[in-house]
Design a protein around this ligand. Structure first.
Ligand SMILES: [Mn+2]
Length: 218
């Protein structure tokens, strides 16, 4: 993924698993890749643990090599990320079993209250600085509070505000080069007057304004 200065690759997707392709492309640029994954959910189920069999609840688990390893290896350039290079932010709709799995992992999990806590956010970013060269910003739009508009059928209360997401973006971009982004899982049927759509389009502009060109490894 060769970057052109002033441009930022953005993926608009109906689901979260498509980010696997972006991660593979970034890795092909020769950089060490970190991941901010904003989502109401963990997306950290493996098929063995998933009681619903919902593939889109497994995307982050695939990204770190917990499951579907042979399938993921078919994505050109894909290699699993280290869990230490992943920050999951805003996730709040998890079963006790899902919470246990996440806590036992090396993924840094910022619940919404911790996203609102600048010290917690900076500590999470500290964990990436020096380990990764670039960061992909993945946003499942259900990370936003559904009072804006529910992003999809799985929206959950207690989500982030527009300002909280922007603050997290600013803090990330201040510490690390944000080189690409995904906006995922938007179902317009739940957003009849386009409030969340407008929020998402504004976020895209904010990402573009702060993003660094990915370029190629020296
Ligand atoms: Mn998701």
């Amino acid at each position: 993924m060769a970057g052109t200065p002033g441009t930022v690759p953005v993926l608009l997707s109906g689901n979260c698993n498509t980010t696997l392709g972006v991660l593979a492309g970034l890795r092909a640029s020769g950089r060490r890749v970190g991941l901010l994954w904003l989502d109401a959910h963990g997306d950290f189920n493996t098929p063995e643990e998933d009681t619903g069999g919902f593939l889109d609840g497994q995307g982050l688990a695939i990204a770190v090599g917990r499951c579907w390893t042979a399938l993921a290896a078919g994505i050109p350039g894909f290699a699993p990320l280290s869990e230490r290079d992943v920050v999951l932010a805003g996730a709040r709709d998890l079963t006790p079993a899902q919470q246990r799995t996440l806590r036992a992992s090396d993924v840094t999990w910022l619940r919404p209250a911790q996203v609102r806590d600048a010290a917690a956010v900076e500590a999470a970013l500290d964990g990436l600085v020096g380990r990764v060269d670039v960061v992909h910003w993945h946003v499942d739009l259900d990370v936003y509070d559904p009072s804006i508009a529910p992003a999809n059928d799985y929206a959950a209360p207690g989500g982030l505000t527009v300002g909280e997401v922007l603050d997290l973006l600013e803090r990330t971009a201040a510490r690390l080069p944000v080189v690409s982004a995904t906006l995922a899982s938007y179902d317009p049927a739940h957003d009849p007057v386009g409030r969340l759509r407008a929020t998402a389009l504004d976020l895209l502009e904010q990402v573009a304004a702060r993003a660094a060109p990915v370029g190629r490894a020296p």
